[in-house]
Design a protein around this ligand. Structure first.
Ligand code: GLP
Length: 239
């Protein structure tokens, strides 16, 4: 794992956008894995700023996860987030953007279809990741098997609480989500993990220093051949 230390959230976001843009320019048909949450928002802003210079017409995207039971227009769905924070502002073709459909009638089939779509696209060139305070990646909470593929998960209470800030109340936070599995994430050719803020300092220290263990899902990244971490000083303060 290669760690780049940056000053703050702004610099992390800027560096991440630069990293991604270089890949997009270099690859003919880039397949990019995207994440939601607060962490990548700044990166999306920088990507939008470059829209006059760089075209996203050849880019295909796959998001890590989506809540079960929320429609695509629901303001708390990750579909809405991605349209609002990125897709509506760049020249990407909507048909090339993919998120699991959390409103699908047959969720298991939806998971299989999502796996097939990633495979058919030739797998993910760069997967953007954030990390949950409990070490989750995507919505793969502690104890998720490292061999998991895209699946439906029951969300940890701690994960629901961490995400309540986007909702009116804890009752509104969905209890399930569809997430790429850990093995699915690990099949990405490169992984770019972004970490900012002192509330993630403990998680980053655990990731860097701790054992590879299903109790801390992100620890699997030690087994990946190409992981870039961009972390700010606050996130690195526990190391
Ligand atoms: C959510 C998402 C993850 C994200 C994590 C951290 O639960 N499913 O993909 O990485 O939380 O979110 P944040 O960046 O807001 O701290």
């Amino acid at each position: 794992m290669n760690i780049t230390k940056v000053k703050d959230y702004e610099e992390m976001s800027f560096r991440a956008a630069e990293y991604l843009l270089k890949k997009i320019v270099k690859l003919k048909k880039p397949v990019i894995g995207l994440a939601t949450g607060s962490t990548p928002e700044g990166m999306y802003k920088y990507l939008i700023e470059k829209k006059e210079e760089i075209s996203f017409k050849n880019v295909t995207t796959f998001n890590l996860d989506e809540y079960v039971g929320l429609s695509k227009d629901d303001q708390n769905s990750y579909h809405f987030y991605m349209n609002d924070k990125l897709f509506n502002h760049i020249d990407i073709k909507k048909e090339n953007t993919h998120l699991p459909n959390g409103a699908a009638k047959d969720l298991k089939q939806e998971c299989r279809d999502y796996e097939d779509a990633i495979r058919e696209a030739g797998f993910i060139d760069v997967q953007i990741l954030g990390i949950g305070v409990n070490g989750h990646i995507g919505f793969n909470d502690p104890e998720t098997p490292f061999t998991s593929r895209t699946h439906v998960v029951d969300l940890d209470e701690s994960t629901r609480k961490a995400n309540v800030r986007f909702f009116q109340s804890i009752e509104e936070v969905p209890r399930q989500a569809i997430t790429m599995g850990i093995e699915t994430i690990m099949e990405s050719k490169e992984i770019l993990l972004l970490i900012s803020g002192k509330e993630k300092a403990h998680s980053l220290a655990r990731l860097i220093e701790g054992p590879v263990d299903e109790k801390f899902p992100a620890s699997i990244l030690h087994k990946h051949a190409h992981v870039e971490i961009i972390a700010d000083e606050a996130a690195l303060s526990g190391v």
